[in-house]
Design a protein around this ligand. Sequence first.
Ligand SMILES: Cc1cc2nc3c(=O)[nH]c(=O)nc-3n(C[C@H](O)[C@H](O)[C@H](O)COP(=O)(O)OP(=O)(O)OC[C@H]3O[C@@H](n4cnc5c(N)ncnc54)[C@H](O)[C@@H]3O)c2cc1C
Length: 625
Amino acid sequence: MTTTAAPPKPKVSADEARAVAEAAREEQWAAPSFVRDLFLGTLRMDLIHPYPLQDPAEAERAKPFLDKLHHLLATVDSDKIDREGEIPPTVVQGLKDIGAFGIKIPKEYGGLGLSQLSYMKAIELVSSVDGSVTALLSAHQSIGVPQPLKMFGSEAQKKKYFPRLATGAVSAFALTEPNVGSDPAAMETTAELTPDGNAWILNGEKLWCTNGTIAELFVVMARTPSKVVGGKEKKQITAFIVEASSPGVKVAHRCHFMGLKALYNGVITFTNVRVPKENVLWGEGKGLKLALITLNTGRLTLPISAVACGKRCLEISREWADERVQWGRKIGQHDAVAQMIGTMAANTFAMEAVAELCGALADRGNSDIRLEAAMAKLYNSEAGWRIIDDTVQVRGGRGYETADSLRARGEKPVPVERMLRDFRINLIFEGSSEIMHLFIAREAVDKHLQVAGDVVMPGKTTAQRLSGLIRSALFYGWWYPSRWIGWGFWPKYGEFGTLATHVRFVERSARRLARNVFHAMIRFGPKLELRQGVLFRLVDVGSELFAMAATCARAQRLRTDDPATGAHAVKVADVFCRQARGRVKGKFHGLWRNEDVPTYTIAQEVLRGEHQWLEKGMVEVDYGR
Ligand SMILES: Cc1cc2nc3c(=O)[nH]c(=O)nc-3n(C[C@H](O)[C@H](O)[C@H](O)COP(=O)(O)OP(=O)(O)OC[C@H]3O[C@@H](n4cnc5c(N)ncnc54)[C@H](O)[C@@H]3O)c2cc1C
């Protein structure tokens, strides 16, 4: 049984939580970022256009593996996996045999040595079949030991662990605790150095650790002794590679969920676990930064999974809407259903444009993709969820019925119900949608904070404020007026043909976005961070503009390289952009005319119990029983 305690105790102040998050940020922007510039009002199409494609030599290298994976996946029975809550050992062994646990691990250490984009192509194939298998592979190599080891491991660590990991020693990432969800500042797992300095002693409990029940190796985040910097305590979080076989490591409970029934996810306890000092990853106190940097590419698994889901939903909806006749017509000819299917096609194309762009940028290595990856995660998981929801609707009652039940009464076992259950978690883990909004907002206003932070942030000295004022006057005196000027009309971007109008819209809207970010900073000052409704709309505008730019660039590339597909792509991209423009205008409008304040007020009244009258008329349920 688990020792997990339930209700969260607020042990950490908002200031402390912010300080821990800030300390984990990558402060430098060593390479350009399309999205960062977008928020500053500059459209850098040169960073994403011509749309980067996979290097043909790399595609050739990946092909034999992808073919084997395809072949293996064709034998996977996902309904059985869902029903029994286990991935058959033959499937796991098959994946190990073809190298699927070491896709990105360099060849010299026994891995396949493939690129991020090739890894994503593999994940797309897996996700088109089974969410639990995706989670097994991705928890291992998107956030588990291989990725941080590749980025931050010492040569000795790589030599020791990569060969094991590549051949299928499953790994897991252990950050979450009962009181540590989105906010790591309250972390209670600790690591203390032994008196001889040779090892760390780990104590604590980790919750919801995917692969945790079968893992041979963990990346564990733990608090190490705080440092005092400038008279203030600075909390330290350190990452350790921990062997599951070490005395004191225990699987206390296997967790079960709404979907992903075969997730090997558990509560893992660490009691006086001795971890050799050589197993610290990167360095003492660098654990959270390591997790964040790892996630910059690690986060790209979910966006491509969402693409696979979109494609499968499109296939299911296309077949059913063309077959099912109601009220004298195929349901796909009724406008309401057609709207859903048209939108599904447009969004699937956009999601693929976003995900593959990020993968290609990651491989190219000359862009800072922290914002792009976070947006891809946010945008694709939300869009994917809407697509599945619509697919359930298109399938009607059959969308709600389980595949087994459909099969038992002689119908095609289309697993939309399972897909919906499996997909929902994507909006929660690897950074919930809310946390992704906040992360993007923080990075998006970074330039403004660098310039004007001393003016608007609390706790600054008079001297700091004065120098901040001078800096701001120098920067904004040029920057702000220039966000009003610029030609974003015909004939600019003519090479995009019929899509040029959308690219021009992105350019004009980027300037409008930058102005609005600035206006919001002036209007709300340091309180802007509390106005999440406003911040989230700004982020949503940025995400839509990024998706539009990626979509136009991809369609244009297809038109050049493959005119037949390209002509179709342009049509689909055009519909996506038309719809996205409507959403962008709505978000801009909502920035300054909204119901955020009264809604917040009602929510606080609800929390204080003032609207419990609304909850009358129910049978009382005692959840404690
Ligand atoms: C199936 C599954 C697999 C998982 N796998 C792993 C794993 O392998 N390793 C691991 O370490 N963890 C894992 N997790 C944990 C997962 O990453 C967390 O669930 C996630 O970080 C959210 O934390 P929480 O559930 O405690 O939510 P909380 O942080 O308590 O948040 C609850 C709600 O409040 C919102 N919220 C929180 N803070 C803010 C804020 N400042 N502003 C606005 N909204 C906010 C959240 O978005 C969410 O909607 C897994 C979880 C699940 C369910």
